[in-house]
Design a protein. Structure first.
Length: 205
């Protein structure tokens, strides 16, 4: 049995279309499997290894730390390799990676990782929201200056009194005449005794 040429041509056209469709599917699936955005975060650095990208387009990469640029947007082709040093920190940092592929958003990537605190770093204490009020003073209030105490010393002798005037003028007290009279009486008595003794001795001889 002979197959018509028209049927053969139609079968060949279908086979060719199937081959082209399969090839296109393989080619379109290739770049998706090839894009490899590899990155790692430690306590002190970020390592970027972006490989197997389409070198015929412009690709972009950006890295931020707690919302601040660690790597401003840079362009690359087929590959991108870089090591980024993290700032010193005493608490965990949030590291965000953005890769935009020039051959389609489906090949782009966004990812977030946490950078831990390095060992030996002492976390700083978090400030308290309340400001402590100063402690009340416990010292006793200063007492008022005491008034002058009344003087307890005896009043000075009145120089206008008669007794003080006599003492100042004579230098002796009113008892001086009595003492002088007693002394004269003692002398007279002693003289009388001596006279009596002599008289008796004369009479005996």
């Amino acid at each position: 049995m002979t197959i018509p040429r028209r049927s053969l041509r139609a079968a060949g056209t279908l086979a060719a279309a199937a081959v082209v469709g399969l090839t296109g599917a393989v080619l379109s699936a290739g770049p998706a499997a090839a894009h490899t955005p590899t990155w790692a975060v430690t306590c002190s650095e970020v390592n970027l290894d972006l490989t197997a990208y389409n070198s015929g387009v412009t690709n972009q990469v950006t890295v931020t730390v707690d919302g601040k640029d660690l790597l401003p947007t840079e362009t690359f082709g087929r590959e991108f390799h870089k090591k980024l040093v993290l700032p010193e920190h005493d608490k965990e940092l949030t590291v965000h990676l953005v890769v935009k592929a020039g051959d389609g958003d489906k090949f782009s990537r966004e990812d977030t990782k946490t950078a831990p605190v390095c060992e030996g770093t002492t976390p700083s204490p978090e400030p308290s929201g309340d400001t402590p009020s100063p402690a009340p003073s416990t010292s006793a209030p200063a007492s008022a200056t005491p008034s002058e105490e009344p003087s307890t010393s005896a009043p000075a002798a009145d120089s206008s009194s008669p007794g003080s005037t006599d003492l100042a003028e004579t230098g002796s007290s009113s008892a001086t005449p009595v003492i002088a009279g007693a002394a004269v009486a003692v002398l007279l008595a002693g003289g009388g005794i001596m006279w009596s003794v002599r008289k008796r001795r004369t009479a005996q001889h």
